[in-house]
Every structure is written in C-alpha cells, then in structure tokens.
Design a protein around this ligand. Sequence first.
Ligand code: NFE
Ligand code: MG
Length: 572
Amino acid sequence: MANRIVVDPITRIEGHLRIEAEIKDGKIVDAFSSSTMVRGLENIVKGRDPRDVWAFVQRTCGVCTTVHAISSVRAVEDALGIAVPPNAEMVRNIMEGALYMHDHAVHFYHLHALDWVDVVNALSADPNETSKIAQSISNWPKSSPGYFSDIQKRIQKFVDSGQLGIFANGYWGHPQMKLPAAVNLLGVAHYLEALEWQKEIVKVHTILGGKNPHPNYLVGGMACAINENSTGGLNAERLAHVGKLLKEGKNFIEQVYIPDLLAIASFYKDWGGIGKGVGNYMSYGDFPVNGYGDPSNFKFPQGVILNRDLSKVHDVDHRNGDIEEFVNNSWYDNYKEGAETGRHPWEGETNINYSGPQPPYEHLDVEQKYSFVKTPRWKGQAMEVGPLARLLVGYGRGNKEIQDAVNGALKHLDVPVEALFSTLGRTAARGIESQLVANWTMEFYDQLLLNIKNGDTRMANMEMWDPAKWPAEAKGVGFTEAPRGGLAHWIKIKDGKTENYQQVVPTTWNASPRDPKGQRSPYESALLGTPVADPNLPLEIIRTVHSFDPCLACAVHLYDEHGNHISRVTNV
Ligand code: NFE
Ligand code: MG
C-alpha cells in the first residue's frame, strides 16, 4: 500500500506550494502539486489604461522583478505596432541580464544549496583543506585557511547559541548528504558571500529603472533619459557604475558560482538519473539583439523539443490556438464550454469566485480541483520551461555558443548527455546559462555605450502615446524568458482600455495540476521514481522541486490572506 506524505509548505521558494507524494517500497509512485494562494491580478487590470498595466502586473512577484513589466509593455507595443529604439532594447536586456545573475546566484546559494550542503557538518572541516580545494578550483581571493576558520567560528556561534537562524531548518546529517566536510565549509562560506554580493547587483536596476524591486518601465521604450554630461538621468558616471557592477557580477559567477556548482555536482552525479520530468521542453526565446520582431535574432533561441529528441525543434506560435489554459483541476469555475476545454489566453478567464470545495482539507481531493494554478498546454502537451529548456532548445537549434557551454560542463562532470534530463541537469543548466547571460550582458552594455558614442540617445518612441491614435480594438502578446522560464502576457484593448488580460507564467507551466487527459505537469512528473530514504525527512522531494526554482506568487499572480492556510505540516 502506498503511503501519502504531505510537504506543506515547501520552504526556500517564493509563495505557497504543497506537494503530496505517494511512496511505495521507498520510491515515489505518484505526486500532486498544489498552490494554496489565489490569483487576481489579471482581473485588477481590466478596464485600466494599457500604458499603466505594467506597473500593476510587475507586482506579481518581487523575485523575478522586471520580467512581468517587460512582458506587459511588449504586449501593449505589439498590440499598437510600436518598435522601441535600440537603446531601450539594450537597457531592457541589461536589466534582465542583471536579474538573471542575481536570481540564479540567489537560487543556487540561498534556496537550493542547503539541499546538498550540510551546514552543521562544515564545523568538522579542516580549514586548511577547504583552502586547498578553493585555490585549486578558482582564483577568488578569499581563500586562506584563516578566512575559512573564521567562517567556522561564526557558524559555531550560531550553533552554541541554539539559534541557527537562517540555517535553522535543514536536513543536517541526512544520509543523502554526500559532501566531504571541507566542501560543506566552502559552500557555507559562499552562501554568506553571495548574501553580501546580491545587494550590489540590484543597483543596476536602481540606476536604470529608479528602484529595485519593481523598476520603472515605459510603453514605447524606457524612462531613463541619456545625458552623458548632466548631473541627473543616465549620465557618464552612472553608466560607468553599471559597467562596474556587471563586471563584478560576471566575476562572482565565474569565480564563485560556477566552480562551486561543478565541485558540488561532482559528488551528486547520481542525480543525473533522478527527476526526469515530462521530457518536453519549451523556450519562447529572449534577449533580442536586432529588434524584438524576429526571434531568430535572439540570444536564447525559440522552440519546442518533444520526448527529449534534440534532433527536431518545433516552432512556437503565441497567436494561434497552440497555447491553451485548462481549469479542470484548478479552483476556478469551468469555462462555459465544459471541464474538458481549454482557452487561448486572449479568450482566457480568471474566475476567482469558484464556490466548490477549497482549502482547508486533510488531503487534497485530487479527483476534483486541487490547486489555484491553471494548467497550460502547448498543442495539448505538458511543457517544462526554464534554464534547462532554454539550453536544450538552443542546443537543438544548433547554437554553437550554447552547445559549447553545455558540452564543456558535461565533459567536466564526465556525465553523458542523458544526465541533462534530470534534477542535476536543471541545476547545472541554471549555472551554465548564468555564465552565458553574464557574457551577453557585457555585450549589451558595450552596444549601449557605442550607440551613445555614435550620437544616438533616443530611449523611447512616443508616436503612439496618445490613445486618440489607437484603433478601437487591438490585441497583442508580449513574451520573455524569465529566469524560471517562458513567460507571456496577452492583452486585448478596446476603446483605449484593457478589455482582457492574461498572464501565463513559467511556474504555471511547471507546477500545474493535471490536464483533462490526466497528463501530469513537470513537478508531478519529475517526482515519479524518486527514492525517498526516510518519509519523515523527504529531502529528495525538496531537491527535485527546488531544481525548478518554484515561484507560486508568479504562478497564481496574488497572495491572499485566506489562501495561505497550512495543514498537516511537515516543515522543511
Ligand atoms: Ni516570481 Fe517568475 C520567474 C515569472 S515565475 S519568479 O522567473 O514570470 O515562474
Ligand atoms: Mg494567468
């Protein structure tokens, strides 16, 4: 008989996620993913001025801050036929690149590392040994035995006080923790350093967008006026500061994040065979370098891979009916056409007044509706989105830069290409693309400076600003690759107002409940077959779920004080 365990809430993520898993003979035989937060942002923007919508929907999330604003302004620009000036494209790319560097490093160290790094075990490390390892894998200057010994003293203080603080909840001593003590100490030291560094990289947003989180955007371009010689706006000094922050960020990724990722992964190669998932991967593509109109110019290519077959990449179309959202298993009223039907987002609905069974409950009633996340499908198929999907699509498209980066990591770890389709693959892909994005962001920065030097200081195209010029009806789609995967917003405009608005978000693709055919989405699918050594300490579930970097605030678009109930908590 299978034993159903509940992990709720899953911590070290954004938002509220509940996983129920059925375990038989030490392995997961079925799994259900539920979000217990309710949405509402799509309804809040109805009737509002489309030029204001980015400011509302950007509040979907403060973690992947900026990507909802980009998607929104792109959707409106698409509807109204606006092309933004090259400088605005580069500023948007730089801001998104800075977000990737920030978000991925924070995920690795602060949200995911403690699934693999045993903080308490680091106390028994020999700092000389940690120093030797650190110096053998990187040129990062903080690597002396004294430095690591001081870190150890700091942790010892936490432990002696009985208050581990940020390290309080963890599976310390779990038999699945495989790192030598010296590597654990290295991981803990860099956890603390990454905390310091991440407060620096966000300054890129404060300079280019006024603040972080939720920097300023503008339909038609960006709001940061270039004036190299002025004391305000985007002057020479502030541009130089952006360049310095990006260089430091790239350095941190190259000298700390990547060496740590490879060192830690080399002890967990068995996770290259666990957490496989649905095997379908989708990327919308992003980082335009020659206008947003043509995805073949994007740094991240666009496409779909089915059944892990990298030899064929399918095209994505956001405008026809290929993408649909279902609500058959979600706490919303069914569409009037019935529970089996999906809706393309332009025709989508978010009916939060559903009156059927909802939380609280003992267990999810998975025969009925069991999540506030909707279920999106591409041509009826479940799609994994995120860093791994982006790299696989790029690989399949024959992108040399992406192929070299992926092959280099596989060679370093001495694992076969099949190891990519896994928990380890997802976590490695996030690091590999951080390096790629850091390099590209320097290119975007250089391009911006070159444009300015050549006398082009345009930052916005305001030709269509006046709603009197708009058609009576228009519709548009704006897509981006958010750190967690493909993100798109669809807008319908009527008489100058937002008539309908739908966001389909990366975590919606990955965390959704089943579709009408009973097909599992990526989280539910990836958990199948995962060994669980001790059902009371389900570290293995956390590893695979964390490898997707969940954000339920994005997936459901709003917190609600009634929705965040917790039942039968196994707190991890
Ligand atoms: Ni809130 Fe987000 C990203 C978006 S969601 S984190 O990245 O969009 O999956
Ligand atoms: Mg939505």
